[in-house]
Ligand binder design. Structure first.
Ligand code: ADP
Ligand code: MG
Ligand code: ZN
Length: 453
């Protein structure tokens, strides 16, 4: 079998409020603003405009990314000018911490057994529409992260699984804008052949298709020179752009308008100690230590706010009860309200109380669901609530309600006596309503039938 070697260069938007060298709003992904509304002389490169000092939020996030990927963080970073001529880049160069003379933010990392060559920071150019000639500067100057891996992958499946884990892990530190997605350059070679780079593929699905196509193509054509190709989404094939000999010369020089960034050891240590645990470590613990099924553990670890909440709940409540009430009940209530857990104020201690009231049979599950729905936007102690919503099992008490319901529904009684079975269900429903969902179902049914006969 022919062995493939695959390495990635991954680009994503760093989650910041402002752009990298000006205070314009950083917006990407789902375009919200009209073109050219978040702009200023700096990010449109007006003559004489100088960059402001780099956005400290972006610097912090890029260090977080480097650390969570196991990289060594360099303490002195120099901005470079990477030159090229294209309508989306009026300055004629892009500011980046990469290139021939640059020291990347992070180096020599490892993430889920794949080597991380380097992690660096750069600014996004504008968006150019070649059909209309229009340029939108809204994204110009937004901070981007580039993650370069070693050629450690062997198959498309391995790449996709790893990228999913990477995106999930970065979402734990809210480091990249997940709505904007990621883009990747994919480098592929097979044994005995030269390396081919496929530029700028924009979704996991396309990355997978491009790799699969390219491995087959290389097996047939055995590339003898290094070249750059692109992926045609419609035809699902890769197309040659240029050979490596025709590679662009970016004429890198150090940026004279920006100072060297010095990162103190203490700052790195502080960021390191505040990093959350990675999702795959949490997943392992939920399965091994708490004996939670893998499929449930995967749902729980999809979001940091949910899994951290759950971890607090199972300190007090049996996971057997906590799992369905978190993965089904809580998630569906949040979903219905189109809210993330972190956007509402649900206290774990209130959720724990609610589950205890179900456990000791004070509340019917139906009633507990109703209370959970009322936890949005803010939870409360369900104990006081539970008193007036306590399950009724007392026969005499249910009988009273049944008699009242019978009195109020003569038509349904007649229907029942003339043989309509649905009338009984209707009457049970009326008892539930009159008792505010507290009457025990089985007892209610028995009493109704007894009285009606
Ligand atoms: P360039 O500057 O041309 O992009 P780099 O040396 O920076 O080249 O390498 C970029 C990517 O190429 C990295 O992701 C690396 O893993 C990958 N790569 C290097 N050698 C190989 C190879 N033999 N097969 C596949 N990918 C490779
Ligand atoms: Mg490259
Ligand atoms: Zn600006």
């Amino acid at each position: 079998m022919t062995k493939a070697k695959i390495g990635l260069e991954i680009h994503g938007y760093i989650n910041t409020n402002e752009k990298l060298f000006c205070t314009c709003k950083a917006e990407h992904g789902a375009k919200i603003s009209k073109p050219n509304t978040n702009i200023c002389p700096i990010c449109t490169a007006q003559p004489g405009a100088k960059p402001m000092l780099p956005n400290s939020e972006a610097i912090k996030k890029i260090i977080q990314i480097a650390l969570i990927l196991g990289c060594k963080v360099n303490k002195k970073l120099t901005w470079q000018r990477k030159h090229y001529d294209w309508p989306d880049l009026p300055k004629g160069y892009q500011n980046t911490i990469s290139g021939t003379y640059a020291i990347p933010v992070g180096i020599n990392g490892k993430f889920q057994s794949i080597g991380i060559t380097e992690v660096h920071l750069e600014e996004d150019p504008a968006a150019w529409n070649p059909k209309t000639g229009e340029i939108d500067y809204n994204r110009s100057g937004s901070p981007l992260v580039e993650i370069v891996t070693e050629p450690d992958f062997k198959s498309s499946e391995e790449v996709i699984e790893w990228l999913k884990q990477l995106i999930l892990t970065l979402s734990y530190i809210k480091a990249i804008d997940k709505n904007a997605g990621i883009k990747a350059d994919v480098n592929i070679s097979i044994s005995g052949g030269k390396r081919v780079e496929i530029k700028n593929i924009n979704s996991l699905k396309n990355i997978q298709k491009a790799i699969e196509y390219e491995i087959q193509r290389q097996k047939r054509e055995k590339p003898k020179i290094q070249e750059t190709r692109m992926f045609d989404e419609k035809k699902e094939i890769t197309i040659k752009m240029r050979t490596k000999e025709q590679a662009e010369d970016y004429r890198f020089i150090s940026e004279p308008d920006l100072p060297v960034i010095k990162i103190e050891k203490q700052r790195i240590e502080k960021i390191k100690s505040s990093l959350p645990e990675s999702p795959h470590i949490k997943l392992k613990r939920l399965i091994k230590k708490h004996r939670i099924e893998k499929k449930h553990a995967e749902i729980l670890t999809k979001k940091l706010d949910i899994v951290e909440f759950f971890e607090q709940v199972i300190e007090k409540v049996n996971p057997k009860l906590a799992v369905p009430w978190t993965t089904i009940e809580l998630l569906s209530v949040l979903n219905y309200n189109k809210k993330e857990l972190e956007e509402v104020d649900i206290k774990p201690e209130h959720f724990i109380e609610l589950l205890k009231l179900i456990e000791n049979k004070t509340l019917t599950e139906l009633k507990a669901q109703e209370i959970l729905r009322q936890f949005i936007p803010k939870s409360f102690s369900p104990k006081t609530h539970a008193k007036k919503h306590k399950k009724i099992s007392e026969k005499s008490e249910i009988e009273k309600i049944v008699k009242q319901v019978i009195k109020q529904n003569p038509q349904a009684i007649e229907d029942y006596k003339s043989g309509k079975q649905e009338a009984l269900n209707f009457l049970i429903g009326q008892v539930m309503r009159a008792s505010n969902k507290r009457a025990d179902y089985k007892t209610t049914k028995e009493i109704l039938i007894k009285i009606l006969h």
